[in-house]
Design a protein around this ligand. Structure first.
Ligand code: IMP
Ligand code: MG
Length: 181
């Protein structure tokens, strides 16, 4: 028995549902980028598991890079302050880029990332997010591929953390409120 399970009030998406949805997105990307070789940029840390599974569901050649940002500190609400902790290594100018992010909450991080990457002059820039919290958006933010919508609750697992813990849960669940209030 995984002791972290006790901290979860409800499982929203189990491993099977996540993998099924990722295969669908992988197929879409494979079809839409045929004869191209996109660079997938995983946003660390939350996007690392999603990226790892997504690339294996894509059947065309891709390149992979990472951008590490921080926006939250150890809390559960967006500060709106985004910092780059690790820059990309590949030259993305003139390339097709797909940003792979764990979750869109306020939308501030994704907007910041998009603005930042456009400065490197990619020929196209799309965004793929595993989870979207529509009720939490603070700005109008566009993304191209989305796994699932979630309510305005704090979720963990499958890469998403609370104070760096729970990323290794194989499912996505709601963290019990008493653990962060
Ligand atoms: P935003 O800038 O408010 O959209 O926040 C985006 C980042 O905050 C995400 O990339 C996550 O890393 C983190 N985040 C937002 N909501 C949650 C959540 O419910 N659980 C865990 N991390 C979250
Ligand atoms: Mg993130």
């Amino acid at each position: 028995m995984n002791q972290m399970n006790c901290d979860i009030s409800a499982v929203l998406f189990d491993e099977y549902r996540i993998q099924t949805r990722i295969r669908e997105i992988g197929l879409e990307i494979s079809n839409e980028y045929q004869d191209r070789k996109p660079i997938l940029i995983g946003i660390l840390k939350g996007g690392f598991i999603f990226l790892a599974d997504l690339v294996r569901s894509i059947s065309i050649p891709v390149e992979v890079d990472f951008l590490a940002i921080s926006s939250y500190g150890a809390g559960t609400s967006s500060s709106g302050v985004v910092k780059i902790r690790k820059d990309i290594d590949l030259d993305i100018s003139g390339r097709d880029v797909i940003v792979v992010e764990d979750i869109v909450d306020s939308g501030l991080s994704l907007q910041y990332i998009k603005d930042y990457l456009w400065q490197h002059k990619p020929s196209s820039l799309r965004t793929c997010v595993l989870l979207d919290k529509p009720e939490a958006h603070k700005i109008e933010v566009h993304f191209d591929y989305v796994g699932f919508e979630v309510q305005n609750e704090f979720v963990v697992g499958y890469g998403l953390d609370f104070a760096e813990t729970y990323r290794n849960l194989p499912y996505i669940g709601i963290l019990k409120e008493e653990l962060y209030q």
